[in-house]
Design a protein around this ligand. Structure first.
Ligand SMILES: C[S@@+](CC[C@H](N)C(=O)[O-])C[C@H]1O[C@@H](n2cnc3c(N)ncnc32)[C@H](O)[C@@H]1O
Length: 420
């Protein structure tokens, strides 16, 4: 056993961190930092100090967590939330306010985005409460301050900043009207005490946490999350975290890009699907169109064809955009034809193979999908959506190790995303 292994086990037990997900070098770096900070002579010495001090345990946890977050991350999920919240409030008929949980909330961007989205949708402040919880006291403290630098604001649509923040010399200060909607606390998703909140929440956001856990821990946490959600409630997760949920009796709501799941047995709230625009997924990946949600592993109907004239484009970028439009509108046959047309006229492109993979996947043609996703990754090894979707496909075929490798690759890529 390496000298580091006991620290890896400590982190696994305390916060669920699967060291493979962030990579051992990242944790080793954190260990070196902490050794230097407390003047430990070596790892044995540091291990002793860690055993003796709660503060040091917390400091090590702070050194390894990934607090990366920003306002309105996956914007479609907030649009979906606003629609679902209105419906849920109508169901509740004024009996009680909506209860929402953001776990992990990191430095507050997620719970405050929820509050802004609901207020902007015309939902009165007294009609909802949000709990924000995170294992990092430092992050929770920053969330309480409600003061944000430019990294918290990403993407093209920042009009919410004018509505809900004051610009100050130190950064953008969140309005009290939004801040007061959120109750923040330090907490661990692995804490058994969470069970006492069973069935409490209409909406739970648990995004970009489970990618750092191994599969048994993910499973344990999903069971907890599932129990926290009211029978008619909705769970919002991160794009790479869907594969386990179907097995645990939850199903996707089918709202593009919202990554929203409901209990299997419950009838899904009815929501009009909105076709997607081709918008970059992140500012740092300008040529990447947003993916459809990770497909459920079952055959889905293909919607009727649209007019063939929409395929008449000779420009490669335009053709790519057209493929995305067709695929997002559910026009699978036309989208596939447009992909074929692209490959006939232009050099192979990862995005085209990704779309072909997704279209085959949605049609239940898993073998073909596998081939296409692999070609996409051959052409662009870090293609984010191909990584996520191929991982979901492998998982559904029982290749958990293969899926895990791809999820780790996707997570590493996200960690490296440069900030704006
Ligand atoms: C990448 S951020 C995600 C924030 C936000 N949900 C989002 O998607 O933008 C991950 C957060 O998980 C928190 N975290 C890690 N392990 C945790 C645990 N066991 N319980 C609660 N929070 C945890 C970290 O402190 C960090 O703030």
């Amino acid at each position: 056993m390496s000298k580091e292994q006991r620290f890896f086990s400590f982190l696994q037990q305390r916060i669920g961190l699967d060291v493979a997900s962030v990579g051992a070098p990242m944790v080793e770096r954190a260990l070196r930092q902490r050794c230097a900070a407390v003047n430990a002579v070596d790892l044995d010495d540091y291990w002793l100090r860690l055993q003796q001090s709660n503060e040091e345990q917390q400091a090590l946890i702070e050194a390894v967590i990934v607090p990366e977050t920003w306002f309105f991350r996956y914007p479609e999920s907030f649009t979906a939330l606003a629609d679902l919240a209105r419906k849920r409030l109508a169901e509740l008929g004024g009996l009680r306010p909506l209860r929402i949980l953001s776990l992990p909330c990191s430095t507050g961007e997620e719970p405050y985005s929820i509050a802004m989205a609901l207020l902007d949708a015309g939902i009165a402040g007294h009609s909802f409460r949000i709990d924000g919880m995170d294992i990092s006291p430092f992050s929770v403290q920053r969330a309480e301050q409600g003061l944000y630098g430019r990294n918290a604001f990403r993407g093209a649509h920042l009009d919410f900043r004018q509505r809900h923040f004051d610009e100050t010399d130190e950064g953008h200060r969140l309005h009290e009207r939004v801040r007061q909607q959120v109750d923040l606390q330090v907490g661990n998703v692995l804490d058994p005490a969470l069970k006492s909140r069973e069935g409490s929440y209409d909406f739970v956001f648990c995004r970009n946490l489970l990618i750092y856990f191994d599969v048994p821990t993910q499973q344990r946490v999903f069971e907890v999350l599932k129990s926290l959600i009211h029978a008619q409630g909705v769970l919002f997760i991160g794009p790479a975290e869907g594969s386990l949920l179907a097995r645990l009796g939850m199903r996707p709501l089918g709202i593009s890009q919202s990554f929203a799941f409901v209990h299997q047995a419950e009838p899904a709230p009815v929501i009009e699907p909105k076709p997607l625009n081709v918008v970059p997924i992140m500012a740092s990946a300008p040529n990447v169109a947003r993916p459809l949600p990770v497909p459920a592993r079952k055959r889905t109907a293909i919607t009727p064809p649209v007019a063939a004239r929409v395929l008449a484009s000779d420009n490669s970028a335009e053709l790519l955009a057209q493929i995305a439009r067709l695929a997002n509108a559910g026009s699978s046959v036309e989208a596939q034809a447009a992909c074929a047309r692209y490959l006939q006229h232009y050099p192979p492109h990862a995005q085209v193979f990704y779309w072909l993979g997704l279209l085959s996947d949605t049609a239940g043609e898993a073998d073909a999908a596998l081939g296409h996703y692999r070609k996409a990754l051959y052409l662009e090894p870090q293609h984010p959506e191909a990584l996520v979707h191929l991982a979901a496909l492998l998982e559904s075929r029982g290749d958990s190790a293969g899926a895990r490798r791809l999820q780790e690759r996707a997570a590493r890529r996200l960690d490296r995303e440069p900030e704006q």
